[in-house]
Design a protein around this ligand. Structure first.
Ligand SMILES: [Zn+2]
Length: 383
């Protein structure tokens, strides 16, 4: 018995030593101890108020564009034009397919390939329209708590205005870019870009325009602690984008008056399907860019985080479990499942003869492979 205990203790000790050595020798990125403080750019009152007013336009894009209020898009662009008179005096702007905006800034050297900066001025629907649900209205553009509040402040009128402010400032200083610069402001990025980016691509191809670089929506630049477990300033460079596919599930059942309901309603069955979808998440996997991200981000983590990354031969499932707890990290590891829209009966005492559920999958695997998995899962669910 004593011998067995001794063996177990030494085995455990060896394991701990191996874990520690592996952690200490893992090729984490080297971070210098005295990182320079990021340069803080003074933002003028004028810039802040120009941006805050821009947030007030409810340029919401819907999958079914019939729901869009395009008059708001028009008035948003008119507002921007008036807010940046110098930019629009000196840059040439074009509207493609009515709402896709393209600004062209002529450079000195026409033999150089131009650069394209992209942003979008549409936003996703705010969900609740009940003012009680909001501290600051989604289109208030309130300046409070040291921030501009509202839809599009992060995603991504912020970038559109940053581009316009930069151009405005540079123009005022007499700057002429080396090469041509294009700024594209998209009207429907949130719903796939069929009316905007796609038409822009066709337009640019027809003009024979090819770019040296394209800068588009990417990750975030964040203070220490913003990304869980990372105690350093961090800038995420987006290298790819997941695809998204939406499925609508119709669950049929018995309609009628709710005073004589069946034991199993369409709504109840839909609930079971939704619960199973959430419980049976698609498998997690670390792909190469995520592995590389962990190598860099891990350098800013505490010892336990480092140990999990460095010892995936033993702790991979623990690492994935930990990542799963955080929605951002989770999204890096798998095709995500999100139940988004739900429709049952409209009446308090009416049974829904049909319940509609919409699920969004943000995927990175081959679509075909994924569809197969989902259809298998759904077949199981509806049995
Ligand atoms: Zn966006």
């Amino acid at each position: 018995m004593k011998k067995l205990l001794a063996i177990s203790v030494s085995a455990l000790l060896i394991l701990v030593i191996v874990l520690v050595i592996k952690t200490l020798t893992y090729p984490f990125a080297k971070l210098s101890d005295n990182q320079p403080e990021p340069t803080k750019v003074a933002i003028s009152e004028k810039s802040i108020s120009r941006f805050a007013k821009g947030v007030q336009f409810a340029t919401i894009s819907y999958i079914d564009s019939a729901e869009n209020n395009f008059a708001v898009y028009d008035s948003f662009r008119l507002y921007v034009r008036n807010a940046f008179p110098n930019v629009f005096k000196q840059l040439h702007d074009t509207l493609i397919n009515k709402h896709q905006w393209l600004l062209h800034w002529k450079g000195k050297n026409t033999s150089l390939k131009p650069i394209l900066f992209m942003s979008h001025y549409d936003v996703v629907a705010p969900g609740s329209s009940d003012p009680k649900d909001w501290k600051y209205g989604p289109f208030s553009g309130a300046i409070a708590e040291g921030r501009v509040q509202g839809r599009g402040t992060i995603d991504m009128k912020s970038v559109a205005f940053a581009l316009l402010e930069s151009a405005d400032t540079l123009l005022a200083s007499g700057f002429i870019p080396e090469r041509d610069i294009y700024i594209a402001l998209d009207p429907d990025e949130e719903v796939g870009g069929i009316r905007g980016a796609e038409k822009l691509a066709i337009y640019l191809k027809e003009k024979g325009l090819f770019f040296e670089t394209i800068y588009d929506e990417g990750g975030i630049v964040a203070a220490p602690g913003t990304a869980e477990g990372i105690n350093q300033n961090i800038a995420f460079v987006g290298m790819g984008e997941k695809g998204v596919v939406g499925y609508r599930i119709k669950v049929k059942g018995l309609g009628g008056h709710s005073s004589m309901p069946p034991l199993e309603s369409a709504a109840g069955r839909a609930a079971v399907i939704m619960q199973r979808l959430e419980k049976n998440q698609l498998p997690q996997r670390l792909i190469e860019p995520t592995e590389n991200f962990l190598k860099v981000a891990g350098a800013g983590m505490g010892f336990m985080g480092k140990m999990a990354i460095a010892n995936q031969w033993l702790l991979k499932s623990l690492l994935l479990k930990q990542m799963e707890k955080n929605p951002q990290a989770n999204a890096l590891t798998r095709t995500t499942t999100a139940i988004t829209m739900l429709k049952g009966s409209d009446g308090n005492n009416v049974l829904a003869p049909e319940v509609d559920v919409v699920i969004n999958f943000y995927f990175r695997e081959k679509l075909q492979k994924m569809c197969w998995r989902i259809s298998k899962k759904l077949a199981k669910d509806t049995k």
